[in-house]
Design a protein around this ligand. Structure first.
Ligand SMILES: NC(=O)c1ccc[n+]([C@@H]2O[C@H](COP(=O)([O-])OP(=O)(O)OC[C@H]3O[C@@H](n4cnc5c(N)ncnc54)[C@H](OP(=O)(O)O)[C@@H]3O)[C@@H](O)[C@H]2O)c1
Ligand SMILES: *[C@@H]1O[C@H](CO)[C@@H](O)[C@H](O)[C@H]1NC(C)=O
Length: 287
């Protein structure tokens, strides 16, 4: 016991120090005038990212399904200092909308510096009871639309030496109960964009990819699902949003937010049975 505690504590210290030392510094001015497309920006973390980019003086295009809400978000972006704020309503489950959205941004902004992929379709928080159609639909929204948009934007990002930012989750690194469909889409994203990171580096591409691993964030949709079933701590969407933006702007390949998600993911690999025990006991479930 004492031995394991020591190893754990040492690893925590080393990991935390490594984070601080290797973090490149963020310059807010670098985002002035930057041409940004943020998906899933009608609410939650996406909406907060739109406001941060606006405060930094960027030109933003936002998208989601609800036009009325998007309009309100763009108005607030303008009042916060965005050089431009435009919206386009789109359904990411469609085959054509993802590319249509990128085309819209490329045309209105004359190119892109940041492609921030963040949207997710709603998915139940419950045991999987055989609904394959839901997973097929969720894959379209949470995964296939991401790769279509990434491919469509790549040429412009090469020209601008731009960045792709992929908002993923701890549930894309570590399995957990009640989220099989959602977790599948996040593992798919991590697999795909992790592979693409290697390929772009080998091609000496100008484009950076940042994959963001988030823990529990206090957005309405997340809180509504987990309230009463888990005692996991949650973190503010506005702070998560800022950390994601800084990770993209500094071209870092990964973000772990909050920081301990790194430890949680590592523990799963080092001590799987301990990790499984804690995961299963962190939810209240009475069959
Ligand atoms: N909140 C958390 O605890 C947490 C934890 C880890 C990772 N994350 C990740 O963080 C990101 C944002 O999460 P969030 O909690 O901010 O989500 P959210 O509040 O539920 O927002 C989801 C966004 O996606 C849009 N959307 C939903 N279905 C869509 C569709 N079919 N087509 C186009 N847009 C669609 C929604 O707008 P409309 O309804 O208007 O379409 C909304 O703007 C996600 O990638 C999520 O996986 C969140
Ligand atoms: C990287 O950007 C330069 C312009 O600065 C461009 O000439 C070059 O083709 C780009 N690289 C790729 C792989 O497109």
């Amino acid at each position: 016991m004492g031995f394991f505690t020591k190893i754990l504590l040492t690893s925590v210290c080393v990991a935390v120090l490594a984070f601080w030392w290797t973090k490149p510094s963020f310059h807010a001015e670098s985002l002035r005038g930057a041409r940004v497309l943020v998906t899933g920006a009608s609410t939650g973390i996406g909406e907060q990212m739109a406001y941060h980019y606006a405060r930094f003086g960027a030109q933003v295009v936002i998208t989601a399904r609800r036009e009325k809400v998007l309009q309100q978000v763009t108005e607030k972006c303008m009042s916060l200092g965005a050089q431009k704020a435009l919206y386009i309503a789109a359904d990411m489950a469609s085959e054509s909308d993802p590319e249509k959205v990128v085309d819209f941004a490329l045309e209105k902004l004359g190119g892109l510096d940041y492609l921030v992929l963040n949207h997710i379709g709603p998915s139940p928080f419950s045991m999987w009871e055989g609904d394959v159609e839901h997973i097929q639909w969720l894959m379209k929204v949470n995964f296939f639309s991401y790769i279509r948009m990434a491919w469509k934007a790549l040429a412009s990002l090469e020209q601008s030496k731009g960045s792709m930012v992929i908002v993923s989750s701890l549930l894309g690194k570590m399995q957990s109960p009640f989220v099989a469909p959602y977790s599948s889409t996040k593992f798919a994203l991590n697999g795909f964009f992790g592979s693409l990171q290697h390929e772009l580096a080998m091609k000496r591409s100008n484009v950076s990819i940042s994959i963001c691993t988030l823990g529990l964030i206090d957005t309405e949709s997340a809180m509504e699902k987990v309230s009463g079933v888990t005692s996991m701590p949650f973190y503010p969407a506005t702070d998560a949003a800022l950390n994601i933006i800084m990770t993209g702007a500094t071209r870092q390949s990964e973000l772990f937010y909050p920081w301990f998600t790194y430890i949680v993911a590592a523990t799963k690999h080092w001590f799987p049975s301990i990790s499984d025990y804690f995961i299963r006991n962190s939810y209240t479930y009475n069959p």
